[in-house]
Design a protein around this ligand. Sequence first.
Ligand code: 13P
Ligand code: SF4
Length: 338
Amino acid sequence: MSVINIESAKTNLETVGFLDLPVDPTMDLFQEIERIKKEKNAVILAHYYQEPDIQDVADYIGDSLGLAQRAEKTDADIIVFAGVHFMAETAKILNPTKKVLLPDLKAGCSLADSAPADLFRAFKEKHPDHLVVSYINCSAEIKALSDIICTSSNAEKIIESIPEDQPIIFAPDKNLGAYLNKKTGRNMVLWNGACMVHEIFSLEKITKLKVRHPNAKLIAHPECEDPILRIADYIGSTTQLLKYTQQDSFGEYIVATETGILHQMQLASPNKTFIPAPPDNSCACNDCPHMKLNTLEKLYLCMEYEVPELVMDENLRVAAKKPIERMLEISRAAGLIG
Ligand code: 13P
Ligand code: SF4
């Protein structure tokens, strides 16, 4: 058997994005991951959009707000972030003394990518009297250019905490921004960004599906486009959608968000039926290709060899932390988090 040279494998990380080493197919990865967790005092934080196997080994599964809070509070030595880059970056911003690992460094986000920092800086300069509220799905550079961060579960409360006569720029998600304008009666200037997964749902196919399933409720994430949100029975963040399906009396739901959330919905309510909302083509495009770059094998490798690690420039980290702290303060005052 050839000897694996870990150091040369590590030099490849920046181009490949993950540690590309063979994993023994007979190995019980679940057992191995549990072993490493204990040996290294590591915690696995996973977003609901991760594949079911990863959710099953995670110590905490949550939405962006819950994950940020957990990352801030953990006393583990290593945070293994099973999510996308901006989430791991947020964990590092909030808890810089911890080693933060991301199974695949290339797990990005189309929404975060839709706001390049140089273009956004120029946009902001055109609106000098505006306060900048940015959705957490953005880079650390955009966070550093923002006054307050929000997530899908606290966005409405964050906007309502700002005086009504204060003009606001909302970035980068135009769909969430338009939804918030409608809900709060504001007229925020919107950056023209969107999530590739939440823009793919077909109104026509969902309408037909509702006819075939007259007893099903449509539940949707606010990153979806307005025509989908208009016909939704309930709109919320991933955690809010999950809670809704647990507390509601209906037995059937059409779910307009990334398919990963269906795993927890089904586990929490085994007798209910969950139907992924259909995309406007024949591929499974409501699977986030970025979230799904993480696999159980990559999770195991990154924990075993402690790479790829999320590293950040300290000045950028400190600048990006301020608007996240504002968000956490407002969320605490509103009773959204403990
Ligand atoms: P939440 O985690 O706030 O529900 O947002 C979903 C999402 O798109 C994360 O990338
Ligand atoms: Fe980004 Fe959309 Fe994927 Fe979430 S689902 S990580 S917003 S591309």
